[in-house]
Design a binder for this molecule. Structure first.
Ligand code: NI
Ligand code: MN
Length: 227
């Protein structure tokens, strides 16, 4: 079966596999562009890349309501367990785990990761998914790093990359990231949510398609693609 991948704005995606729904970085109630609310979204797993509010988002509320299992690094795992969430699975950078729906490996990300109360959130991460024969790399919040080349060696079907600048890679570095990763397809994210990360994804897409062989899909919050 195909994977259905829906963008909920910013860095948040719902990935629907044959066996489970996965929600990544559920920043919904704080995001005016989100097409779905925290009290209505359905999921079986929540993946949290780092502790910043625009990624941790509504994780606690959604996990409590849905009973979803939260996957994160060990430090965020501890923080979440202390807030009463029992279904959790800690991993850490470089480590992958085989879930009933597929595998996810935590990748490095050049960023920070304090939690909303100032607690230490460990190192931030990206996610490399291996699901139903497809490989999806969600870089989450990061600057450009040359080891994206190593991630690309795995043969990426879909790369989800921030282009917003200011807090993460901007358009120029995101183009360089595409050249390192060489994915089949790219979706730009983490732009327009706030004034300081306003970007034109269509001009970025045109440049990427001119300079690389990757196909760029510019999504609007609520849009989905199939893989
Ligand atoms: Ni962040
Ligand atoms: Mn962010």
């Amino acid at each position: 079966m195909t994977l259905k991948i829906t963008w909920y704005g910013h860095a948040c995606f719902l990935i629907e596999t044959d066996k489970a729904k996965l929600l990544v970085d559920p920043f919904l109630s704080g995001n005016p562009l989100s097409p779905v609310q925290a009290d209505e979204v359905e999921t079986d797993y929540i993946l949290v890349s780092h502790g910043h509010g625009d990624h941790l988002g509504d994780t606690i509320e959604i996990a409590k309501r849905t009973g979803a299992t939260v996957i994160s690094n060990f430090e965020i795992h501890n923080w979440i367990v202390n807030r009463g969430i029992e279904k959790v699975h800690p991993q850490h950078i470089g480590g992958g785990f085989d879930y009933p729906w597929g595998r996810v490996k935590l990748t490095i990300a050049q960023h920070g990761s304090s939690l909303p109360d100032g607690s230490y959130g460990g190192n931030p991460c990206g996610f490399l998914f291996y699901i139903q024969g497809k490989k999806i790399y969600h870089a989450c919040d990061t600057g450009l790093f040359f080891d994206m080349k190593l991630i690309g060696e795995e043969g990426i079907d879909l790369a989800i990359l921030p282009i917003g600048d200011n807090f993460t890679m901007g358009p120029d570095d995101a183009l360089r990231a595409v050249k390192l990763i060489e994915p089949e397809q790219v979706v730009p994210v983490h732009y327009d949510t706030f004034d300081v990360i306003k970007q034109d994804p269509y001009s970025w897409a045109a440049k990427v398609e001119k300079e690389t062989s990757a196909k760029v899909t510019v999504m609007k919050p609520g849009d989905f693609l199939e893989l």
